[in-house]
Design a protein around this ligand. Structure first.
Ligand code: TRP
Length: 358
């Protein structure tokens, strides 16, 4: 028995990092294994909203990301993996939905405001497509009639808009018929965002990440650079795993990673650190080992798929076909509800049914 359907997407950013795993992928795999019907989309059209000029990396970034999904345990026998641009129904539904949303409503979306700030964009020159980002996302979700959308906190406003659009569509076009769309719910990831190794937001462009495909040496080199309590110099200095806002100390990143990847040992490590019984260097080596062990199965599975590009291509093509089937079934209901099926309508003045041999 299926518990419901989830749709989630990621923009193709190439190789994924630990934050993508903890914040999303790990959750996708768990849901898949619990019997949800998973649809996972490479959001390549979404990528264009903030980077339409240079498209040279879209293909390689797509394959790198799909390999990480497969490596993390997305099982193509149970989950559908597909590419947004290969399912044209997304464009059609996006267009129809764009009539149901006001420009002012889109301008209020906090995610858009943050992007304008973070990417130093000018509100006046923001593109029509970028403004409509979340309408496209609503189309992504509702095409598959997803009941749940596993996302991070930052995406909740998009799911909220999706619910409004579903409600609006059902109200406007389904008065005398079954509603076409469910109102999907955001399903927040249990573990809060993992910070980057330097303590700031984890991001590939900052270079403060560990990639899922990194080997043990890379991981050790990365962890060695991690931010710890700056006041703990010697092994015998008492350290502060937790943040101390009075002093600008953001909290030890190594400790944060222990809590996530070494939950059973984390408390004892914090105790030793506070007591001045633990030096940072051996503790970092310890963490690097834990991370390398945790990532080994992912890296190995990824490598097996990477050796068989034909298989990966087949997986995505089969996913695209399955996605198209589901999406087209939804679009047939949408077009019917909106009277957008001229082929089925009566031509005025034409002979009554049956006499024209149709
Ligand atoms: N906006 C999402 C992000 O930036 C990606 C995305 C596109 C998405 N379409 C989606 C996520 C549909 C969930 C559902 O991460």
């Amino acid at each position: 028995m299926s518990r419901g359907r989830i749709l989630s997407g990621m923009r193709p950013t190439g190789r994924l990092h630990l934050g993508n795993y903890v914040g999303a992928l790990e959750n996708w795999v768990r849901l898949q294994n619990e019997g949800w019907q998973n649809f996972h989309m490479v959001a390549d059209w979404h990528m264009l909203t903030t980077g339409y000029e240079d498209t040279s990396r879209i293909q390689s970034d797509t394959w790198d990301m799909v390999l990480d999904w497969l490596g993390a345990g997305i099982d193509p026998e149970r989950s559908v993996i597909f590419v947004q641009s290969q399912v044209k129904q997304h464009a059609e539904l996006h267009l129809l939905f764009s009539m149901l949303v006001s420009k002012a409503r889109l301008e209020r979306i906090p995610t858009l405001k943050e992007q304008i700030r973070d990417l130093h964009l000018d509100e006046q020159t923001i593109s029509y497509g970028h403004l409509g980002y979340s309408v496209l996302q609503a189309a992504d979700i509702l095409l598959y009639k997803a009941t749940h959308v596993p996302v991070g906190e930052d995406q909740v406003p998009h799911v909220e808009l999706t619910r409004e659009i579903a409600r609006r569509f059902n109200f406007v076009y389904c008065q005398d018929r079954e509603p076409v769309f469910p109102e999907p719910e955001a399903q927040l990831t249990a573990f809060a965002r993992l910070r980057g190794l330097d303590g700031s937001r984890m991001s590939k462009s900052v270079g403060n990440t560990i990639l899922l495909s990194d080997g043990p040496e890379d991981i050790l080199a990365r962890v060695k650079q991690a931010y710890t309590d700056p006041k703990k110099i010697r092994a015998t200095d008492p350290g502060r795993p937790e943040a101390d806002p009075n002093d600008g100390h953001g909290g030890c990143v190594v400790w944060e990673y222990h809590r996530k990847f070494n939950p059973a040992g984390a408390e004892e490590i914090a105790r030793q650190c506070r007591a001045g019984e633990l030096a940072c260097v051996p503790d970092k080596k310890h963490l690097a080992q834990i991370l390398a062990d945790a990532l080994a199965p992912i890296r190995e599975r990824r490598a097996r798929y990477a050796k068989d590009p034909g298989l990966v291509r087949d997986i995505v093509e089969a996913g695209n076909r399955r996605a198209r089937e589901v999406a087209e079934a939804t679009m047939e209901q949408v077009r019917e509800a909106m009277n957008l099926e001229p082929g089925k309508a009566e031509v005025p003045g034409a002979a009554p049914h049956g006499e024209r041999g149709r």
